[in-house]
Design a protein around this ligand. Sequence first.
Ligand code: ZN
Length: 240
Amino acid sequence: MTDQLEPMPEDWQRALAIVAHPDDLEYGCAAAVATWTDAGREVSYVIVTSGEAGIDTLAPDRSGPVREQEERASAAVVGVTNVEFLGHPDGVIEYGTALREDLAAAIRRHRPELVVTLNFDDTWAGTHWNTPDHRAVGRAVLDAVGDAGNRWIFPDTDAEPWNGVRWVAVAGVDSPTHAVDVTDGLERGVRSLMEHRAYIEALTDEDPEAYARGLIEGFARDEAKRFGGRPAVTFRLYPR
Ligand SMILES: [Zn+2]
């Protein structure tokens, strides 16, 4: 019998999802976001790059605006209207104090109780090497949650310190601890990924809907084994 996951905490009102690229949340956890916004919770997105290096056939100056627009459309499908782009360079994000300061400033502006980010482990599914951007951003998110609460670290951000983050939830990991039942949000999770049409069409010859549905429904079905048979999006939770 597979070890069963805990349900994600539900006693919170505001979440902030911080990831490297447009599409990271749609491949990872948009169905969970739909479930949260259905319950009246506020979720905002901060995307560290504009994903401008993500489409082989489209130069960065044209790709960035397309990908920002697709991300805003994806967010709207799951009830998220607040989407910010921090403008770090796609593919070559540097882990360091400049990144931590930008993320701490975002956390201070949004004052979330829950912060969501994406797998920053060395690998996906054990053997696929993760990207440098994902590794840098995920680690910086966890660090910036602490920075945001300390008035003496990055004292020049516009917003006041915020030490109210209670959990950081990391999507897309091999060793999750918690899950969200996405029975009601799954269809919107599929449609939110489909909004990345220019990206998907450059990536695969498969029909975009068949591609998005196969992936997102497949992930949710796989995770159901660890969550009482319910379609699930899973997270590794770091309490604070
Ligand atoms: Zn990514």
